[in-house]
Ligand binder design. Sequence first.
Ligand code: ATP
Ligand code: MG
Length: 181
Amino acid sequence: CIFLKALHIQGFKSFADKLKLEFGAGMCVIVGPNGSGKSNVADAVRWVLGEQSVKSLRGSKMEDVIFSGSSARRPVGMAEVSLVFDNSAGTLPLDFQEVTITRRVYRDGESQYYINRSLCRLRDIQELFLDTGSGKEGFSIIGQGRIDEILNLKSDERRLLIEEVAGISKYRMRKKEALKK
Ligand code: ATP
Ligand code: MG
C-alpha cells in the first residue's frame, strides 16, 4: 500500500505562498472555517493526479486554479503542486522508496507533469496509479456527494468501479491500446 506523505502547494487556488503539508500513515483530518481552503487541498490532490475537468475543480477554465490575487497579494503566474508518496512497500512500479508527482500550469495554458522531477506525460501518471486506487477516479478520494453517486450508478458504471478496486482496469486499458495498434 502507498500513502501520501506530503503535499507541496504553490500558487494553487487560495494558496499563494509555498505551503508544505505533511501527513502521517494514520488518519489525518483537515479542519477550518468555511472558505479557508479545505476543499482546495482536495482539489490540489486530484489536479496533480491529472484531473482535466475544470468543472469538477470548481472553476470555469484551467487558469482558475492559479492564485488570482487577494486584497493583500497580487496574482501569481504559475500553480505548482507536488504529491510525495511513500512507496517503501513497492506498490508503485518504480524503484524508489519515495515517489514525487508534480503538475505545473502557467496562465498561457502551458502545463507540465513530472515523476521524481523528470518531465513526463499525463499518461505516465495515469498508468502509474491505475489499479492502486489512488488515481483521480480512484476509490481513495471520495468527494462530497460521491456516496450518493455510487449508490445511484448504473450497472455498467458500477462494474468499472469494482474493476478498479479489484485491480483489473490496467488490463482493460492495455487491451484497448493493443486493439488500436
Ligand atoms: P467550506 O467549509 O465552505 O467547504 P473550504 O474550506 O472547503 O470551505 P475552499 O472551497 O477550499 O473552502 O476555498 C474557497 C476559497 O478559495 C474562496 O475564498 C475562494 O475565493 C478561494 N479561491 C479559489 N480559487 C482561487 C484562486 N484561483 N485564487 C485565489 N483564491 C481562490
Ligand atoms: Mg469545502
